[in-house]
Ligand binder design. Structure first.
Ligand SMILES: [Zn+2]
Length: 190
């Protein structure tokens, strides 16, 4: 594991609870703290005290992010619809948010995924083609106008409470790069 001196930039999605300004982890029952630093703890065996600091190379723990914004889209092809059934914490019809985070402390870096001990949210961003029709059972164009509006309001409230801006997708990587280093896989040239 690397102990890094300059924080690095990552990109990730969160699950939303409409009407409640909270960014929720996708895979774990964890809410990212508003206006504070998120600290990773190994939750892979929740009934025992953690056996190691998070992240750990032999474990899946740590705060997760992708190295690129496009990586988020690749991970959730129906974004902003969650679309996966695999996690009990989030219904497949749940809506998501996307943004950039700063990561530091103990850090594990791959080509596509970063795991870190500490992280904070830098900004949220919105894809331009957000509600475009996609084939499959989680087609974003089928989301009700009421839920689209409610998601907008929830995102606005999150920006306020977390103290972060909503940055256009095309410049979000450049914005985030002001705070830390981009890693392998990132590309500023667009
Ligand atoms: Zn662990």
């Amino acid at each position: 594991m690397d102990e890094i001196s300059t924080p690095i930039v990552g990109f990730r999605c969160w699950v939303l609870e409409l009407g409640r300004p909270v960014l929720k982890s996708v895979a774990m029952r964890y809410e990212w703290p508003a206006g504070q630093v998120a600290e990773a703890h190994c939750m892979c065996s929740p009934h025992e005290p953690a056996k190691h600091p998070a992240p750990d190379e032999r474990c899946r723990c740590g705060l997760h992010a992708r190295t690129t914004l496009d990586g988020c889209t690749e991970e959730y092809p129906y974004y902003p619809v969650h679309g996966y059934w695999a996690y009990r914490s989030a219904p497949t019809s749940g809506l998501m948010a996307m943004g950039a985070v700063l990561m530091w402390g103990g850090t594990l870096r791959g080509k596509r995924v970063i795991r870190a001990q500490y992280s904070r949210v830098l900004c949220l961003t919105e894809k331009p083609d957000l509600w475009a029709p996609r084939s499959g059972s989680n087609d974003p164009s089928a989301v009700s106008a009421e839920n689209v509006a409610s998601r907008d309001e929830t995102l606005q409230a999150i920006c306020e409470i977390y103290g972060v801006p909503m940055v256009p997708y095309a410049v979000a990587t450049r914005y985030a790069a002001e705070f830390g280093d981009l890693t392998e896989g990132s590309d500023l040239a667009a």
